[in-house]
Design a binder for this molecule. Sequence first.
Ligand code: NI
Length: 224
Amino acid sequence: MKTTTLATVILAALIAAPAAQAYEKGDWVVRGGLTTVAPDDETSTIIAGGADLGVDLSVDNDTQLGLNIAYFITDNINIELLAATPFTHDVSFGVSDPLGTGDKLGEVTHLPPTLTVNYYFNDPAAVFQPYIGAGLNYTFIFDEEFTSANGDAGLTDLELDNSFGVSAQIGADYMLNNDWHINASVRWIDIDTEATFNVGEAQGSVNDIQIDPWVYTISVGYTF
Ligand code: NI
């Protein structure tokens, strides 16, 4: 009896609930959640003092607070800015410990703000709202440093150039009601950089480092 009553109440609530509404021109969307940057482990050869050291680099993943604001310029198209707290990645040798200083070479920190235009397929009755987008990224790279063991071994003055490139994404909103939704997206960003550093008295460099990460975001969003 009790179960039947509860089921009746839930059913009544579902029938009474307004259908989740698709977006409209003029809507603002704000989202907060977790963003993971997973660099492509495409290898890059280290050139030091003009000589190819025959050593590759790898860059590990990092997860930070992801923030996202979007504005619908039509019922189907929004312009979205991805922001986040800074990502810090360990940079390691692609092979084990070539300098005898431990596998970790150093760390880099970056901020990858990305401006994206998204297209929503926008079936008005759907609670599931998928979209595709393309955009531009500028990645600020800072706080580049070698580990102290590598510093002691003569590696100093690490610097990586900032990067400007394109990005692409797919994502979806799952509408909880007219105001709130859950969002998930996967994006690819073309982040390329060059590193310079000193090895004792010699200049070293790594040209054409392709970081090109996959960026995964899961967040909660609110529509104004
Ligand atoms: Ni690239």
